[in-house]
Design a protein around this ligand. Structure first.
Ligand code: ADP
Ligand code: ASP
Ligand code: MG
Length: 408
C-alpha cells in the first residue's frame, strides 16, 4: 500500500461541483488501495478577495492580522471537501495547519516551514480516513497563525510528503503538467513528460507559477517524486525528478516570464566598501525582494551607478527607503521606472553548449526588442525588456529554441 499526498489548487476547488470532483478523485486513489492525504487551496479568487478586505480596512495592514484573515479561505475548502467525501460514503477528516502542527517561523505572509508532526495524520490514516489538510497555513512557536506566501499550498503538500515519507506527491491543477512555457500565454507550448528538479526550480523562481519555488526546494532536498497533473483529465502529467543524461542533451527546456518588475537606478554612488551592503542589507531587512542587480564600473570621479529590480508590490516601500539611503551614503538621484518584464530561458543542457546566450540576444534583436539588462547563471539566461514586448519575446524564443509542439 502506498502513501500519496495529493494537492488541489484554487481552480480545482472553485465551486461545489469541482469540490465533488476532487472528492471522487481522492476516493478513487483510496479505492486503489492507497493511504491518501489531500491538501487543498482556497476556492479560486478567495485569497485575493480576503486580501482586498484587509487592504480596504487598513492602508498597511499588520501582517499578523492579515494572515489571520487570509488563512480562512483554506479552512472553508477543507471542511467542504471532507463533507463531500463523507456524502460519497467515504471517511474523511479535515485538519488546519495548527492541528497538524505545521510549525513555521514568524515571517507573517511569507513564513517558512520548520517542522511537521505527522502523528495526527498517521492516526487519521490508520482509521482509514482521507486526511484533508489546509494548504498555505501554519503556526509559529508562539501560537500565531502564519501563511506561506502566494501559491504556498504547493509547499504544504510537498513538505507533508517529505515529512510523512510519502511514495509520491501529486499536484493537481488547471493544466496537464509542466509545459515548455505558460500554455495560457503561448499556444505552441508543449507538455513535458519529465523535468529536472533544478530546471523546475529555476522556472519557478523566474515566474512559472505552476509550482511555488519552495515546494520544488523541498522536493529536491528530500527527493520527493513530484507529479504535476490536471484535476480535469486523466493525462499522466509531468514528473519532476533527478536530472539524467537525456535531459542534458536538450539545451533549452523551458521559458519563463515575470511581469510587473520595476527598475531602480541610483546615480553617483560612492565607489567604496560597504555601500552595496548598506543598500541591499536595508532592503532585505524590510523583506523587499531584490532581483537583478547591475553595477556600472566606476566613472572617473570614483562614483558608480547601481541598478536593480523589485516586484511591483514592493515599489512604494523600496522608493521611500532608497531616497533615505541615497542621502545617507551621499549618492545622487534615485530614478525608478515601471513596466519591465523579465524573460528567461532555462536548461541544464546549457552547461555544455556554447552560444546559447548569443542566440537569445539575436532572436530578441530580430524582433526589435531592446535588452535593458542581462543576467545569467549556469542553467539560465534572463533579459529585462519592456513589458509590452513580453509575449512576443516568449513566442519568438519558444520557436527559435525548437520548443514548439509538433502539430501547432
Ligand atoms: P493552482 O491554483 O492549481 O495552484 P496556479 O494558477 O497557481 O494553479 O498554477 C497553474 C498555472 O500556472 C497555469 O494555469 C499556467 O497558466 C501557469 N504556468 C506558468 N508557467 C507554466 C508552465 N511552464 N507550465 C504549466 N503552467 C504554467
Ligand atoms: N490560497 C493561496 C493563494 O492563493 C495558496 C495557494 O493557492 O496555494 O496564494
Ligand atoms: Mg498555485
Amino acid at each position: 500500500m502506498a502513501l500519496i499526498v495529493q494537492k488541489y489548487g484554487g481552480t480545482s476547488v472553485g465551486d461545489l461541483e469541482r469540490i465533488r470532483n476532487v472528492a471522487r478523485r481522492a476516493l478513487a486513489a483510496r479505492k486503489d488501495g492507497n493511504d491518501v492525504v489531500v491538501v487543498v487551496s482556497a476556492m479560486a479568487g478567495e485569497t485575493n478577495r480576503l486580501l482586498r478586505l484587509t487592504g480596504q480596512i487598513a492602508k498597511r495592514p499588520s501582517q499578523r492580522e492579515q494572515d489571520v484573515v487570509v488563512s480562512t479561505g483554506e479552512q472553508v475548502s477543507v471542511g467542504l471537501l471532507a463533507l463531500a467525501i463523507q456524502e460519497m460514503k467515504g471517511k474523511a477528516r479535515s485538519f488546519l495547519g495548527h492541528q497538524v502542527r505545521i510549525l513555521t517561523d514568524s515571517a507573517f505572509s511569507n513564513a517558512r516551514i520548520r517542522s511537521i508532526d505527522g502523528e495526527k495524520l498517521f492516526e487519521s490514516l490508520k482509521r482509514k480516513e482521507i486526511a484533508v489538510v489546509a494548504g498555505f497555513q501554519g503556526i509559529d512557536d508562539q501560537g500565531n497563525i502564519t501563511t506561506l506566501g502566494r501559491g504556498g499550498s504547493d509547499t504544504t503538500a510537498v513538505a507533508l510528503a517529505a515529512a510523512l515519507k510519502a511514495d509520491a506527491c501529486e499536484i493537481f491543477t488547471d493544466v496537464d503538467g509542466v509545459y515548455t512555457t505558460d500554455p495560457n500565454l503561448c499556444a505552441k507550448a508543449r507538455k513535458l513528460d519529465r523535468i529536472s528538479y533544478e530546471e523546475m526550480l529555476e522556472l519557478a523562481s523566474l515566474g512559472a507559477k505552476v509550482l511555488q519555488i519552495r515546494s520544488v526546494e523541498f522536493a529536491m532536498k528530500y527527493k520527493v517524486p513530484l507529479w504535476v497533473k490536471s484535476s480535469f483529465t486523466e493525462d499522466p502529467g509531468t514528473l519532476v525528478c533527478e536530472e539524467d543524461k537525456a535531459m542534458e542533451e536538450v539545451v533549452v527546456s523551458g521559458i519563463a516570464l515575470t511581469r510587473d518588475e520595476s527598475r531602480f537606478v541610483v546615480r553617483n554612488v560612492p565607489d567604496k566598501p560597504g555601500v552595496a551592503a548598506k543598500i541591499f542589507g536595508t532592503l532585505a531587512e524590510l523583506g523587499i525582494v531584490v532581483d537583478v542587480i547591475v553595477q556600472t564600473p566606476a566613472h572617473e570621479d570614483g562614483r558608480t551607478d547601481l541598478a536593480f529590480t523589485v516586484g511591483r508590490v514592493d515599489v512604494d516601500r523600496a522608493n521611500e527607503q532608497m531616497r533615505k539611503i541615497a542621502r545617507q551614503i551621499g549618492a545622487g538621484k534615485v530614478e525608478h521606472e515601471e513596466g519591465i518584464a523579465k524573460v528567461s530561458i532555462v536548461g541544464v543542457g546549457m552547461r555544455n553548449h556554447a552560444g546559447v546566450a548569443a542566440k537569445m540576444f539575436q532572436v530578441l534583436a530580430d524582433e526589435g526588442v531592446n535588452i535593458r539588462v542581462i543576467s545569467t547563471s549556469e542553467i539560465k539566461v534572463s533579459c529585462l525588456i519592456d513589458e509590452k514586448y513580453a509575449e512576443l519575446a516568449v513566442r519568438a524564443l519558444h520557436t527559435a529554441f525548437g520548443l514548439d509542439k509538433k502539430e501547432a
